[in-house]
Design a protein around this ligand. Structure first.
Ligand code: ATP
Ligand code: MG
Length: 525
């Protein structure tokens, strides 16, 4: 009966010659095997996989750009430039008549919509969608399968994906491609290249099936939080699209149009039964969920919905009485806000910098303090990486040797044991971009004077006081906006990056560009 079932499955498919041959061989073998023998089981298992693969079965692409735009807009607020990039990508495919031969990489902090964009692309194309994570994957066999002789052998993820979706041209999303690391057995980059690279993947070899499989019709979309840890050979073959995180207004829109309706629907509630005011939504964003993405925002809203339901159920009054959640009610639902309204930190020796990590942009206070005045000295804390430690020494040397020019007591550092700290010690930080911030904190300490205005800055500082370009300008501007800081100092060399930003990010910002430290000094003191 099994044999009939296998034959039936294969009848509907158009088999490549090698598959046809293999199938006949295995069936022949299978028929003479004794039921209950170990080999019977493994052969049956093999045939089961082989016959469930979507040989020659694919879905017809809907190459309709208008429709694609509609789907992307339906599922996402904001992200205009990302949508444009995706549409350009699809347009290219439309022109060629098929989407093939490219790998998209969506990179950005957690919860900014990477997975969600990927799903929309699949849905716009009318393709099946399959997603798996490379994070925590430790064995090449998870990608390429185990040889059949292994006990409990399984095909690799790509074969599993094709079987699951039933077509040979799905969208396959590989999450966390930046987390695939050295703990991996075998060579991750080459295993992945073999499957993703359009030059190689029409002949992808799965060890379990022991057949060459054509993956060239698959559209691969990878996601990552950062580029640094992605093997270069892979990176070279991908089209990178960067998602940088949301400002408050965007998050409020996303909450209203997407997150909340989804949560209410899941809870079986109507909008009028649980009414969270616009003001309250804004306060949730500002007081409880200030990170780059919206995942934590979703969590907080979920909490409100859950507690709202409890209240509804417990209320004495008629069942129908709707619950209204305003700004004043939030502490009841979520506790005290984690973030207060305060803007940038400012005080003697305290300056706000702008940082950029895999979690998105962030503001980062830098504190300098004089521990005692017995001797000259310098100590650093806050989990700083090597490059950042170097910037700190540069800042210290630069400020010590330029005190006269910047109106501080020229002897101040000769008799000062200085401690420089970058709070949130639990987050590792690195890179040279805090140079000007650290120098300003030290100068402020030496002058015993807080910077004159509330602002945030970023820029690499050289020993001679030049201010050099840094990365992540967009992420940093977004982070500053989220903290309601609207005066920034950026390196002159990043002027172009800043000017390229969309208007809604630049609106209301006062930006000073610094070529050398004196430019920073003039704005601050
Ligand atoms: P991670 O790196 O953690 O995988 P991600 O970038 O893949 O994060 P998603 O899972 O796509 O994030 O997004 C988190 C949630 O926020 C989803 O419910 C998604 O639909 C929603 N979301 C994110 N961005 C938007 C947006 N621009 N419009 C509407 N909803 C959004
Ligand atoms: Mg994701």
């Amino acid at each position: 009966a099994d044999v009939d079932m296998f034959r039936e499955r294969m009848a509907e498919k158009s088999l490549p010659e090698n598959v046809q041959e293999r199938f006949e061989d295995e069936i022949e073998k299978f028929q003479v095997l004794e039921q209950g023998s170990p080999e019977y089981g493994t052969t049956r298992n093999y045939l089961d996989w082989l016959t469930q693969m979507p040989w020659g079965q694919h879905s017809q692409d809907k190459l309709d750009l208008k429709e694609a735009r509609r789907v992307l807009n339906r599922d996402h607020d904001g992200l205009d430039d990302i949508k444009d990039r995706i549409l350009e990508f699809l347009a290219e495919g439309t022109f060629k008549g098929e989407i093939s031969g490219s790998i998209l990489l969506l990179v950005g902090p957690p919860g900014v919509g990477k997975t969600s964009i990927g799903k929309s692309v699949a849905s716009a194309l009318g393709r099946e969608f399959y997603r798996f994570s490379l994070g925590g994957m430790r064995d090449e066999a998870e990608i390429k399968g185990h040889r059949r002789t292994y006990i409990g052998a399984m095909p690799g993820k790509f074969v599993q994906a094709l079987k699951e979706v039933g077509t040979n041209n799905p969208v396959i999303m590989l999450d966390e491609i930046d987390k695939i690391g050295n703990s991996f057995m075998g060579d991750p980059a080459s295993a992945l290249l073999e499957s993703l690279d359009p030059e190689q993947n029409s002949e992808f070899l799965d060890h379990y099936l022991d057949l060459r499989i054509d993956l060239s019709k698959v559209l691969f979309i990878c996601t990552a939080n950062q580029l640094d840890t992605i093997p270069q050979a892979l990176l070279d073959r991908m089209d990178t699209i960067r998602l940088s995180g949301y400002i408050t207004d965007e998050k409020v829109d996303i909450a209203k149009h997407h997150l909340l309706p989804k949560l209410l629907k899941r809870a079986g509630l109507k909008k009028k039964q649980l009414d969270i005011t616009d003001g309250a939504i804004r306060q949730v964003v500002e007081g409880y969920a200030r990170e780059a993405g919206v995942r934590n925002l979703e969590k907080q809203l979920h909490k409100i919905v859950r507690k709202g339901i409890v209240r509804m159920v417990e209320s004495e009054e008629a069942e129908q009485s709707p619950i209204r959640v305003g700004v004043k009610d939030l502490p009841d639902y979520l506790g005290q806000p984690w973030f207060r309204k305060e803007k940038a930190l400012r005080g003697v020796g305290v300056v706000t910098g702008l940082a950029w990590t895999a979690m998105g942009g962030a503001t980062m206070g830098v504190e300098a303090s004089r521990i005692h005045s017995q001797n000259r000295g310098f100590t650093l804390t806050g989990q700083l990486g090597d490059v950042m430690k170097e910037s700190a020494s540069i800042a210290h040397s630069f400020v010590s040797s330029h005190l006269k020019q910047y109106k501080g007591d020229p002897e101040f550092f000769d008799q000062s044991y200085i401690h420089l700290h970058v709070p949130e010690g639990a987050t590792p930080k690195d890179g040279p971009s805090a140079g000007v911030t650290m120098a300003t904190a030290l100068l402020s300490l030496a002058r015993n004077e807080a910077p004159h205005r509330t602002l945030a800055m970023t820029g690499e500082l050289t020993l001679t006081g030049q201010v050099l370009a840094v990365g992540g300008i967009r992420e940093k501007v977004i982070a500053a906006r989220r903290q309601k800081i609207n005066t920034l100092i950026l390196p002159e060399a990043n002027r172009g990056d800043y000017e390229e930003l969309p208007d809604y990010l630049k609106e209301g910002m006062e930006v000073h560009f610094a070529k050398e430290y004196t430019d920073v000094y003039r704005v601050c003191f």
